[in-house]
Design a protein around this ligand. Sequence first.
Ligand SMILES: Nc1ncnc2c1ncn2[C@@H]1O[C@H](COP(=O)(O)OP(=O)(O)OP(=O)(O)O)[C@@H](O)[C@H]1O
Ligand code: SF4
Ligand SMILES: [Mg+2]
Length: 342
Amino acid sequence: MTSPRRDGSEAGILAVRDLRILFPSRDGRDTVKAIDGMDFAVQAGETFGVIGESGSGKTTLGRALVSLLRPTEGQILHDGADPEQLGTRAFRQHRRDYQIIFQDPNAALNPRMTIIDSVVEPLEILREGDANSRRRRGIAMLERVGLSAEAADRYPHQLSGGQKQRVNIARVLMLRPKVIVCDEVVAALDVSIRGDVLNLFADLQREFGLTYVFITHDISVVSHISDRIAVTYLGKLMELGPAEDVIERPLHPYTRALLSAEPIPLPSHLRVDRRIILEGEIPSPVAPPSGCRFRTRCPSVQPRCAKEMPAWREVRPCHRVACHFATADGPQPNNQPAQAAS
Ligand SMILES: Nc1ncnc2c1ncn2[C@@H]1O[C@H](COP(=O)(O)OP(=O)(O)OP(=O)(O)O)[C@@H](O)[C@H]1O
Ligand code: SF4
Ligand SMILES: [Mg+2]
């Protein structure tokens, strides 16, 4: 069982503790710190949104959450237990509870297999039921995700992107998982059908009692679907809190900048007064900046930010932030002048 912790990772269907995931760089000479210290917990039945720019470690985190990647350091607990400690057989059985769907609708579909064969394949691997019962269950699931039975004997190239993503959802649901990590699942879809697919996710969550980790770089997607939102930057969490609170009253200068760049029509009282331009690229995760890793782009940077790494503090109820100067009123209550980052 887990013991109480002060960093917010104490309990949940997923608990991430002191997580670090390092890769050797492509040339083998350096270490990429893709996840460099994260602590949080996801509660059963919630939709936990993860947002951040490209390269901030979202996919790495998602893969680790479903045991496709091993932590280099730290732990990811599933329902309080460490899957790393399970034997091979128990691990295989356990993994069906923690599934992932990727951005590319083709990623999990074999172009030479019919749709129904792809949908029932996970059950076939687990030797669950006979061929007839698997097909019956597969067709019922295809219908549940909004596809007709006629789609069953087609091939992936005969389906649209949106239909293929529905097939991927059906394939994963065949395993009756507890948790689904959704990694940019609507990013490759036409804008006109994104809302329908997001609504399908919401309906399925109610029906199957699912927990979602919804990874995206698109604020309109997380704000639409999430109960809580975590903001990632260069392998660390910058902010984590109730979705409405994060969107309406962000605590971190990075979140504020992301929101200010968002074209979605937020109500006027929620709109930040000016667009904050984030200058430059996200720095390399091989050698992240000292102290606060957002400091090279932060409009509110102070000398202290280069020297000290901000603590992961709860400044509003259930709302944490990693910024020296954030208070319950927001990122910079005194409107302190920005200074050049070194
Ligand atoms: N297998 C790997 N080997 C080396 N570096 C990797 C590997 N996988 C990811 N990285 C690096 O780790 C960092 C985080 O990558 P990740 O794919 O998790 O980011 P992301 O937030 O999902 O980005 P995007 O929004 O573009 O999908 C990046 O710098 C990436 O290049
Ligand atoms: S700690 Fe400093 S650099 Fe980091 S977000 Fe806060 S003000 Fe900006
Ligand atoms: Mg990614």
